[in-house]
Design a protein around this ligand. Structure first.
Ligand SMILES: [Zn+2]
Ligand SMILES: [Zn+2]
Length: 162
């Protein structure tokens, strides 16, 4: 801050924030979905403390509207992260849809693979799918995949199941 008061002219620099984006993000401090403002700070030459012209960009930050914390703009990439990670919700959704997918023609082996990929122990996955097939199963002679009794054709090679 440079100032001269001899002739009543006061000049110096001020920092102004410009909003360059807004939206919803996952605030790491609130641990919740919040509104944010993406701001850009610029240094202005000021006369009588009134900003006259920009002197340079100082940087960008993302501010949470709820807790007021300023974050690096990379925080916006966190938005999708907590949802895309396979978690207990994905697993229970998979388990709940096992019966429907089997009778819809999905091979038992694919369901075991999906359950294992979502974090379930392979033995438990085998057991769960096996229980769904308790009243019978059909096997494709060409590719060896296992299907529910109501399925008439192999999803993989199209061979009829007998
Ligand atoms: Zn917050
Ligand atoms: Zn087949």
């Amino acid at each position: 801050m440079a100032e001269t008061r001899h002739n009543v002219i006061i000049f110096g620099t001020r920092v102004r924030h410009k909003v360059i984006g807004e939206g919803q993000f996952f605030c790491p401090r609130c641990q919740a979905q919040r509104a944010y403002q993406h701001k850009q700070a610029s240094r202005y030459f000021a006369l009588y403390f009134i900003p006259i012209f920009p002197m340079g960009q100082l940087g960008e930050f993302v501010e949470c509207a709820t807790c007021g914390t300023a974050f690096e703009p990379t925080v916006l990439q966190l938005k999708a992260a907590p949802r895309s990670r396979p978690g207990p919700n994905d697993l229970s959704r998979l388990i709940n849809s096992l019966g429907d997918r089997l009778s819809g023609g999905t091979p038992a082996e694919y369901l075991v693979r999906d359950l294992t990929a979502a974090g379930l122990d392979p033995d438990i996955a085998q057991d769960l799918v096996g229980k769904q097939l308790a009243d019978g199963r059909r096997e494709c002679r060409a590719c060896g995949l296992t299907f529910a009794p109501g399925v008439t054709a192999c999803a993989e090679c199209g061979n009829p199941l007998s």
